[in-house]
Design a protein around this ligand. Sequence first.
Ligand SMILES: [Zn+2]
Length: 306
Amino acid sequence: MFCSNEEKLNVIVNLLRKSKRILFITGAGISADSGLPTYRGVGGLYNRGRTEEGYTIEECLSGSMFQRQPEITWKYMFQLGIAVAEHQPNDAHRIIAEWEKRLNSIGGKVVVVTQNIDNYHRAAGSRNVYEFHGSLRTLYCTACSWSEELETDKTALTRFKELQKTLLPCCPECHAVIRPRVVLFEESLPFHEIEQFQYEFNNGKGFDLVFSIGTSAMFPYITNPVRMAALQKIPTIEINPVESDLSYYVEIHLPMRAAEALLEIEKQWNKKLSAEISQINADIKIAPNRGHSQNSDGFYFNPSDQ
Ligand SMILES: [Zn+2]
């Protein structure tokens, strides 16, 4: 239906201007723009072959591996934790957070659902964030109630590097193995978060615009809301440099990288807003000053001139 990216961008900006409740579903592609390597997909670390232990990366980061050989799971979680702390949220995260503020100010709402465990949406300022896979920023003990929040990048970096030296991090109170509050492969999603989101999503009727940014079809619970919204005829937009299974469902597939696309949309949205403000200012100048009234011929006159 839409040929060029220019046309698509124009339609997206017009949809944004009409929308009050927007859902963003984000995947590894959004954080790839921060320089964070993805595990799979274009330029992924583990597209080919196995880890040096002879497992796939999914097996290393699985619940059963953590039960059997937690030091293997931790080895890759250290890599993730350090990489995340060494990079920063990018323009795409920042713009989504800006739009949340913009929509809040007019009584609207922006919700982010992410499969990423890097905390970048919150760090960029987003408040309504559902982290379906948890976050690397909380550590907890598998046996007692000990837990620790890694508040800043600096704290997280220092802590992960410090723990890496121990090979298998243990609880300072009971010496059992500790872990980040992330959902490993084979583990259940956080029930409360999912339930809360389902309520908000309301089978697709809870939003009037849905974006999918940098997600792959790997996790159906991440891509299903986009499909459901599309079935409900809610406008759906996919921002992904490559085609995915979702590209066939969405109304618009914008083949651009996340940060590049959102910067362009933001620029065009602001341009339209400035044009509107200039028009309003021009209208105010033409309109009469206080004390003027309109005569029956439609001309303005000031009673004091009589
Ligand atoms: Zn403990």
